[in-house]
Ligand binder design. Structure first.
Ligand SMILES: NC(=O)c1ccc[n+]([C@@H]2O[C@H](COP(=O)([O-])OP(=O)(O)OC[C@H]3O[C@@H](n4cnc5c(N)ncnc54)[C@H](O)[C@@H]3O)[C@@H](O)[C@H]2O)c1
Ligand SMILES: O=C(O)C(=O)C[C@]1(C(=O)O)C=C[C@@H](O)C=C1
Length: 374
């Protein structure tokens, strides 16, 4: 039976190195090779075991060198660079790849890259565009995580049927924990403009606006608490990545900005009119909408069974909660720190079933924790 054994990852940053770690830990892939324009990233990826060896890519007269022969042996090539350079990289390497090789990418936008690649791709190469809906504001291999793809929605926007190769990639991604979703490149780009790109631009705009106020009074940043931190984490994302994302999806992002500006203007006029009932109605409707989101879908794991636990500030406070649940055989599918204060904070734990949530609740209440469940 045909299997994907040797994988080449181009761009061993956050996504590329996370994928390397995951493939080595959870699949039967025998060798992961990595290429990056940044030597430091290659060194880190080797150190953390995200790749086994460096892959070299040489163009022009050196393209048939011994190192380049490694490209011929790859069953799968993953492009994990900023979207702006993906099509050029495909062009650079495709002549050295074997017939029937699968190429995929993890870029955050799809249409522009696909349109460029379509016209230039060798016919015997199977290109399957992808986008894992998981990540972090930390870029580079130092942020890599073998579990990044676990239970994460992973969109594929296949171009051709691919003679069974498509299934090989799907099986591999399922082994690293991804939940596959298939859609057209256009639909993908339209949805992520709302679900991912607008939130990023908003987070950046918020930091920018508050930063402007801080120029006049720097105490602003001393007063920013959880609300500001929670809504701006993603503004620390890599500027190169986000420039490429925005330029490759500008029409859908601009539609979302326009919709958002209208919504913001509604708030502005309610304030101008000191319309208390109008404001209440708006906040009330939005609160219900926000509460509904995890129930409707948080990734593909729905509904969500969650507990928010108050914990005090002492060493191993989180460990005490998680190990008492672990000892009872209760699996935590997601965990997050909601608030960190000097005297303590709040922890959000998610379970897969209502029964596990109930059992966890009983254990923690017996141990004296205060918690709310949903
Ligand atoms: N960060 C996220 O949350 C996230 C999530 C899903 C998808 N993505 C997408 O995944 C891709 C990678 O993002 P990331 O967060 O891993 O970024 P990253 O900056 O951590 O990694 C990108 C890597 O590509 C390398 N690179 C850049 N240009 C190159 C070139 N021409 N040749 C070889 N290597 C090159 C960089 O040196 C870096 O190591 C992007 O297309 C991004 O849109 C990111
Ligand atoms: O930083 C995070 O938490 C992310 O998951 C990043 C995020 C997102 O907007 O959800 C950002 C861009 C990617 O294309 C996919 C994921």
């Amino acid at each position: 039976m045909e299997r994907i054994k040797r994988v080449g990852i181009i761009g061993v940053g956050l996504l590329g190195s996370s994928l390397g770690l995951a493939l080595k830990r959870f699949t039967e892939v025998t060798e992961v090779l990595g290429y990056d324009k940044d030597n430091q990233h290659i060194e880190t990826a080797l150190e953390i075991g995200a790749i086994d060896n460096e892959l070299s890519i040489e163009e022009g007269e050196n393209s048939n060198s011994k190192e380049n022969k490694m490209l011929k042996k790859l069953d799968l090539v993953v492009l994990a660079t900023p979207v702006g350079v993906i099509s050029k990289l495909v062009q650079d390497i495709q002549e050295q790849l074997k017939s029937g090789v699968i190429i995929t990418d993890v870029g955050s936008t799809k249409r522009k890259v696909i349109n460029k690649i379509k016209g230039q791709l060798r016919e015997d190469i199977i290109y399957i565009p992808g986008h894992p809906m998981t990540g972090s504001e930390i870029s580079g291999p130092k942020g890599a995580d073998a579990y990044l793809f676990e239970n994460a929605i992973y969109v594929l926007t296949p171009l051709q049927d691919g003679n069974g190769k498509f299934n090989l990639l799907v099986e591999l991604l399922e082994k690293i924990g991804a939940k596959l979703l298939f859609m057209s490149p256009k639909k993908h780009d339209q949805i992520v403009a709302a679900a991912s790109h607008l939130p990023h631009i908003m987070a950046c705009t918020l930091v920018d606006a508050v930063g402007k106020v801080a120029q006049e009074d720097e105490r602003v940043f001393s007063l920013t608490a959880g609300g500001f931190r929670d809504t701006t984490r993603i503004a620390s994302g890599d500027p190169i990545m986000w420039t490429d994302v925005c330029l490759s999806n500008s029409n859908f992002i601009r539609e979302m900005i326009s919709l958002f500006k209208d919504r913001l203007a509604e708030f502005d006029s309610l304030l101008a009119d000191a319309d208390s009932q109008g404001l209440y109605n708006k906040f009330n409707r939005i609160q219900s909408l926000r509460e509904e989101i995890p129930k409707k879908k948080r990734g593909l794991i729905s509904p969500v069974h969650e507990a928010v636990i108050n914990i005090s500030d002492h060493p191993n406070a989180i460990g005490e909660v998680t190990s008492s649940l672990g000892k009872a055989g209760i699996n935590i599918v997601d965990i997050g720190i909601l608030r960190v204060r000097e005297e303590g904070g709040a922890l959000r734990l998610v379970f897969s079933t209502a029964e596990e949530l109930e059992e966890a609740k009983n254990i923690l209440i017996k141990k004296g924790y205060k918690l709310q469940t949903k």
